[in-house]
Design a protein around this ligand. Structure first.
Ligand SMILES: Nc1ncnc2c1ncn2[C@@H]1O[C@H](COP(=O)(O)OP(=O)(O)OP(=O)(O)O)[C@@H](O)[C@H]1O
Length: 268
């Protein structure tokens, strides 16, 4: 069902059980969205952004500008105070900076968690979990507890857990910020691989401009708080992407343009 978290009824003909019938056929639409927290802090102001199915959009912006708030508004974790949000919340996947695994559950049981909450039959849960565990390269680790996994492996479990519900829209809130560079680059490639194979729409918050360009079909730069959309950059490189792309002149040039925009955002 399409969601407008102001809980007003969607205009006739726009309520949608699938992304195809969201406004303009988009997978997610922010229409003049603003968000003021109860203490009066303005998190977002007049955000307008439409993301088409199959796009991978990274969001960069000054610290505290409202990037996480934007994802939370989309997922319904917080309710926006103005405008409209359109997204099919039944088909949302979400990974956070912290893998948020339950320490007392083995890998298999962590991956089954969201399916359990949705009452999937046990046999189906096991089958889908095995499939997704294989997809993220963790076959053989099903019976390990999170404390025996590296940071990168924990993130893979978190990805598998979200992938189990086959999300049409997958939101990533700085998922690899705490990892070392090599692990981070490897996971970048794995997410791109999943994106190409699974065909979801991606929204990826990061502080790293090269990571944003490497992953995305578009990079959105937000202004400083209250966050607005300041600039949108098209990324002209085809998928799948080769790690060497990071050393190409046109890649560096685009990173430079985005960096300039970000500097303007920070300076206001
Ligand atoms: N519950 C809340 N009440 C009041 N203010 C809040 C609340 N949650 C977040 N904020 C404020 O809203 C602003 C946006 O926060 P948000 O976490 O979305 O920023 P961000 O761009 O993701 O930051 P960072 O890049 O540092 O992770 C910040 O100034 C933050 O302090």
């Amino acid at each position: 069902m399409s969601a407008d978290s102001t809980s007003t009824t969607a205009p006739e003909g726009q309520a949608a059980a699938d992304g195809a019938s969201l406004p303009g056929g988009n997978a997610i639409v922010f229409d003049h969205v603003s968000m003021t927290f109860p203490d009066g802090t303005e998190g977002l102001s007049d955000v307008n952004l439409a993301i088409a199915p199959g796009e991978f959009v990274s969001i960069v912006g000054p610290s505290g500008c409202g990037k996480s708030t934007l994802l939370k508004v989309a997922s319904g974790l917080v309710t926006h105070t103005g405008g409209k949000v359109w997204v099919d919340r039944d088909q949302l996947g979400y990974t956070f900076q912290d893998a948020t695994l339950l320490p007392w559950r083995k890998v298999q049981d962590n991956v089954e968690l969201l399916m359990e909450l949705r009452d999937f039959p046990a046999e189906e849960r096991r089958r889908i979990a095995a499939e997704k565990i294989e997809l993220v390269g963790l076959t053989g680790f099903e019976n390990h507890y999170p404390q025996r996994l590296s940071g990168g492996m924990k993130m893979r479990v978190s990805l598998a857990r979200s992938l189990a519900l086959n999300p049409a829209v997958f939101m990533f809130d700085e998922p690899f910020g705490a990892l070392d560079e090599i692990t981070r680059e490897r996971l970048n490639d794995e997410v791109i691989d999943l994106f190409v194979r699974e065909g979801f729409t991606g929204i990826f918050v990061t502080h790293s401009i090269p990571e944003a360009v490497y992953m995305s079909s578009k990079v959105v730069v937000m202004s400083r708080r209250p966050g607005r959309i300041q600039d949108i950059f098209e990324v002209p490189f085809a998928y799948p992407r080769a790690p060497e792309m990071r050393y190409q002149a046109d890649f560096s040039e685009l990173c430079g343009e985005i960096s300039l925009s970000l500097r303007k955002a920070i300076e206001g």
